[in-house]
Design a protein around this ligand. Structure first.
Ligand code: ARG
Length: 434
């Protein structure tokens, strides 16, 4: 870093210096960049990048925008903006179906949760986005993929690990990580180059990421751990205190571990997730105020709104417990946790993830049935369960006469053998301590 005062007009001319040591073989040197596939969201960072890459690298840019079900996005506007900023083309890919089927579905079967509250929506989306970037880069003759991640987050890990794994021939640039423009400098650059900046520019907004499976907010007061959430952060979920006074019960039906119907009506996964989210949002369900251990060493606070995941994962977990034995139920959470950690940590393509998946799928073959969940002012509580595969026999479990199927007289004999080693060990210790 120089000691010169920052001037946006010179500050931004910061292509990686030719000849500088490269810290990873997949990072592009300036002379290797001639056509770039840019992962484009239409926001400030990637819009500045679109222009900056053309100017600084003297390269062509093909934009790619991926629809993973982020609410309220107008893709025509995003595309128009990319073309106006000089992109050769802007491909908009509707990947909602694939996202639900190939990424969210396995996550449901794995009860995917990181750090007790984060259902991994961003972590699940990034490997798909990066895989599409690789496909479109190859298809459109690009040599380099550019993304807008900073150097402090997990998303750079997920995207670059995917590119390095799937496409060793492609290079990567991450301008936001290297150009050292602050927000004010980016806005100045945008102004200078006719890049429209939407919203107010006075203060930095929350940093948002969202898709079908949830929404995260970071930045602003969220970085102050002692600051309780301001109401304006909640853009999906109704605050529980103003949610309806009447509870609502929904029924989710699962087949082989995946939800297939809501209140008896069969739906495709994307539509079902959206419909469940709708109900959860209305009743204030799925707010998570989370402290997270990032891969890159930092501990960070996130505010999550995950109405669909909060309900669907709860129902799935319940049904899985009902259809599994005590041994399966004790074993699987450890594998689920490993699965979630690999995904969180950007290792979607790691073979161990698939190995775990095989076990998880096998267990889920029998996870069929219907779970009723009551939603009320922020809570989602299981109230009914029904499964043809429940490892449950009301005849056996009942407190009334069980008709000879379960011999209560046998229990004392079991207890004596069950506690035998503990009793012996206890006796030895008592002997030794005099
Ligand atoms: N903390 C979450 C994660 O690491 C959410 C990240 C949101 N990403 C973002 N670029 N704002 O997956």
């Amino acid at each position: 870093m120089s000691d010169q005062p920052r001037d946006p007009r010179t500050e931004v001319h910061r292509v990686a210096q030719p000849g500088a040591a490269r810290v990873a073989s997949y990072l592009a040197q300036p002379d290797e960049v001639s056509r770039v596939l840019l992962l484009y969201s239409g926001g400030l960072d990637t819009s500045v990048m679109l222009k900056w890459i053309q100017d600084e690298y003297d390269a062509e840019v093909v934009a790619l925008t991926v629809n993973l079900g982020q609410p309220g996005e107008d893709y025509e506007v995003v595309k128009g903006k990319a073309l106006q900023l000089g992109a050769l083309d802007c491909h908009v890919v509707d990947a909602r179906e694939e996202f639900a089927r190939e990424y969210i579905a396995p996550a449901i079967k794995a009860n995917a949760d990181y750090g007790d509250g984060y259902p991994l929506f961003t972590a699940l989306g990034r490997p798909l986005i990066a895989k599409l970037a690789v496909e479109y880069a190859r298809r459109t003759g690009c040599d380099t993929i550019a993304h807008g991640c900073t150097g402090k987050g997990n998303d750079q890990v997920r995207i670059e690990a995917t590119v390095a794994t799937l496409a060793p021939e492609l290079k990567v640039i991450a301008p936001v990580r290297s150009w050292q423009m602050g927000r004010d400098e980016e806005i100045a650059y945008a102004r200078q180059h006719g890049i429209p900046v939407k919203g107010g520019t006075e203060s930095a907004p929350y940093s948002i990421d969202d898709n079908l499976w949830g929404r995260s907010s970071e930045g602003k007061w969220i970085e102050d751990l002692s600051h309780a959430p301001d109401d304006d952060v909640f853009q999906l979920v109704t605050r529980p205190e103003v949610a309806p006074d009447e509870p609502e019960v929904l029924e989710l039906t699962f087949e082989a571990g995946l939800p297939v119907a809501l209140n008896g009506e069969r739906m495709e996964l994307v539509a079902l997730i959206e419909a469940v989210a709708e109900l959860g949002m209305r009743h204030g369900v799925g707010i998570v105020d989370h402290i997270e251990d990032r891969i890159v060493g930092l501990k960070v606070r996130d505010i999550y709104e995950v109405p669909a995941a909060a309900i669907i994962l709860k129902a799935h977990r319940e049904l899985e417990r009902l259809t599994g034995t005590i041994h399966q139920n004790q074993f699987k959470p450890a594998l689920d946790q490993k699965w979630a950690y690999l995904v969180y940590a950007g290792l979607w393509w790691e073979p161990l993830r698939e190995d775990l998946q095989a076990y998880i799928d096998h267990v889920n073959r029998r996870v069929d049935g219907t779970i009723g969940i009551k939603l009320f002012k922020g809570s989602a509580r299981v109230v009914t369960r029904e499964s043809p595969n429940a490892v449950y026999d009301p005849q056996l479990a009942t407190f009334s006469e069980s008709g000879g199927l379960f011999s209560q007289n046998a229990s004392p004999g079991f207890i004596e053998l069950w506690s035998l080693q503990s009793a012996l060990a206890h006796r030895m210790r008592a002997r030794d301590s005099g």
